[in-house]
Write a protein that binds this ligand. Sequence first.
Ligand SMILES: Cc1ncc(COP(=O)(O)O)c(C=O)c1O
Length: 399
Amino acid sequence: MTPVAIAHRLSAVPEYLFTSLAEKRRVLESAGKKIIDLSIGDPDLPTPQIIINRLKEAVDNPEHHRYPQGKGSEEFRSATARFYRRRFGVELDPETEVMAVVGTKEGLAHLPLALINPGEYALVPDPAYPVYRTAVCLAGGVVVALPLLAENDFLPDLKALSDTILKRTKLLFLNYPNNPTGAIATQAFYQEVCELARRYNFIICQDNAYADIYCGDEPPMSILAIEGAKEVAVEFYSLSKTFNMTGWRVGAIVGNPEVLSALAKLKSNIDSGLFSAIQSAAATALDSYELLHPQILNAYKERREIFLPALKEIGWHVNSASATFYCWAKYPDSRSSFDVCNELLDKCGIIASPGAGFGDFGEGYVRFSLTAPTHTIKQSAEILISTFTKQKTLYHSSP
Ligand SMILES: Cc1ncc(COP(=O)(O)O)c(C=O)c1O
């Protein structure tokens, strides 16, 4: 049979980098080895019951059986606006400044198609959630990498961007709290980036998927809390991580009304919105944030307190003040992150994500996701300590 000719635009998309580890895992599991998966950021904890109960009621409402409103139900958009006022001190017009997305991944992936012409530049952090880069490639845009370095607290160095690049830039992606580094952005940084966007006339897309997973006392902020930010910025808020709802596929884009309306136009030609009953349950989640959030947050804090000391004990470095449920860990040698992850899988039965999978500047790091049950995190910590301290002793005693 003649092979199918895949579109050129898809060949511009990088291959999935974790394929070889996934294959290795399959082989080990089929040989009966038990693998602990700390690679994917998919919460193990269930969605809170109050949200599930609301869905059950909403499913029975025949109004919800028809096509949903493309931009999201009034119920969901109003709940999002109320939530943004309580949580971030940000005022949003639910009619023009809030829109539902089928999970923020969908919105993030479609946004460049609505904003970028072929050849225009998009500034994309490196390392980063891979969707920003692929979405820009699919839209025919040019990706300009913004290195996130430890010495800059994993914030991009905006001063390093040349006038020539900035003049061609249409879109800048940010993601704080950051996947994979766990960094949090400061108000001063957001202020600086908003000023730059105004000066060079580009749009900022801040991905706030991890806004509510943090370990310090100060909750991370919204970029829209910066005065005038709505002129130049949109923000994505995901219910996936805050409320353990990854499978539900629901999130919101908020901010600049013109950007939202362009995305709405695009999406009206692609999808027909998301099941209204899910939006109803999502509204309940947002309205119940103060009730539900502390328990979810505490689970991750407890896991960090177990896992971080183990990494430190084996000589790895992690920024303990960071947010998200990831540990972005620097290992103490110069091997590739793929080699280190292979070793973790072979010797410890732990699958983690190689830093290089998030971009060139992720090399030298491994990302562990604390989205496994607390007893599994404890077990992983014990395995790491027993495997690597033994190894150290072995090295030290060899001639
Ligand atoms: C940084 C970041 N943004 C967005 C998403 C997508 O989340 P959602 O479930 O809302 O599509 C993820 C998922 O892991 C993520 O890590």
